[in-house]
Structure formats: structure tokens, C-alpha cells
Design a protein around this ligand. Sequence first.
Ligand code: ADP
Ligand code: ADP
Length: 226
Amino acid sequence: MILEAREISRSYGRTPALREASLEVGAGEVLAVMGPSGSGKSTLLHCLAGIFTPDSGEVWFDGRRLDTMSDDRRTRLRRTAFGFVFQFGQLVPELTAADNVALPLLLARTRRKEAYRRADGWLERLELDGLGGRRIGELSGGQAQRVAVARALATGPRVLFADEPTGALDSLTGEHVMELLVGLAREEGTTVIVVTHDARVASSADREVIVRDGRLTDPYAGEVVR
Ligand code: ADP
Ligand code: ADP
């Protein structure tokens, strides 16, 4: 297992968002997390990615306990081992596509020339050849989201977390972005955890789990009854 949640719970004030949720994710697995709005999917993703710590339970990444790690170590791990594709906000709109992809590489101390060479390679793999010099604001939604995928994969993460990555796109464009994301992740051996409402997106995953009212259920194992 590369990533594991053991009975994690998390509340916002008095609102429970996750209730003793357990999940095991194998290395290289592409996992879809589905469930109704407000069921706890984002909270689960944030806990697995070490962005939030659960109130109780344990999160393990590659033999290391994530939830009790110091903030410094967890932040460093997030930068080096995890990639993120969220629906909004992680691209810098004033910068070009190439700048955005090169940025995490530069932060990881890759030399400038090499960072841009690799950024161009990733843009090409996401069918964005020739668009490296465009500002994000000058790209279509589908193009911008492919830049976000390029940026997330450029640092070679072990796990890619995606939260409704295609939610703002029309369904054909969204499907294409997901196809590229899953295809490249498989080539790289990257584990993918994707939160989605879209059954077609989920069907490109190896496995799906459903979050209902803060609890995880496996659609093929029947409901969890408590
Ligand atoms: P999903 O991703 O499935 O829509 P979330 O994990 O975002 O679900 O939310 C789970 C529950 O926690 C919901 O009841 C939601 O209203 C609540 N919640 C999420 N974030 C916050 C927050 N920052 N403050 C208060 N309640 C929150
Ligand atoms: P996609 O299917 O990827 O969403 P679109 O059909 O929306 O693509 O866009 C088609 C073309 O129009 C693209 O080459 C894109 O660069 C260009 N384009 C879309 N929106 C804008 C914009 N706001 N400013 C400049 N060019 C744009």
C-alpha cells in the first residue's frame, strides 16, 4: 500500500465530515472517489494529502505516518511526493503556461534552462505544443486544465490528487483531460486519487469508492451498516 487511511474522522465545529473512514490505495492504482455533494470527499482527499490532519485515526504514506508528522516535514513531503490538480486556483493567470509548469521545478531547485526544457516536454505530452508562451488567461478552460495536469506531473509525484479536476469543463473536454491525466499517470506509474461526480471519469479508474455521509463504501461490497 502506498497510502492508507485508518478509521479517520474529522469534524468542522459540530459538523462531522468524515466518520471512521478507512481506505487502502495500492502503488500505481487509479482510484475514483465518488459520492453526493457534502458527503466528505474533499475532506477525505485533504486528509490523505496531509493538507488537513484528521481529528482521530491514522494516515500512512509509504510506511510513514503522515498525520503526526511535523508541519515542516509534511509540507516538504507534499511538495516532493504529491501532485495536485484542483478545479480552481492553482495556476497563476498572469504567467504563461510554460512558467506555470516550470514553477514547481524551479522551487525544487531545478536549473532554469532544464526546468523550461522539461516544462515544454510536459506541455507537449498534454497536447499543448506551441502554447507554452500563452498566458493562462488566454487559454480555453480545457487547455488551462491540461496545463494544471502538466504542472502537477512535472515534479514526478508518487501520488496525484485531483479534486473535481474537470468540474468546470463541458463533458467532452473534461473526458479528454481525464484521459490524458490517467494515461500519463499510468505511463509514469503514478498513483491517482480523483474525486469526481462524473461516472464516465470514474469508469477510467481501476477502482471506485463511494463516500456517503462521511463513511466509505465499496460499491461492489454493498453498504456499510453501522
Ligand atoms: P464533498 O467534497 O463530498 O462535497 P466536503 O468534504 O467538502 O464534502 O464536506 C463534508 C461536510 O463538511 C459537509 O457537510 C460540509 O458542509 C462540511 N464542511 C466542509 N468544509 C467545511 C468548512 N470549512 N467549514 C464548515 N463545514 C465544512
Ligand atoms: P477547448 O476544447 O480546449 O476548451 P476551445 O474550443 O474553448 O478549446 O478553444 C479553441 C481555441 O480558442 C483554442 O486554440 C484557444 O487557444 C482559443 N481560445 C479560447 N478561449 C480563448 C480566450 N479567452 N482568449 C484567447 N484564445 C482563446
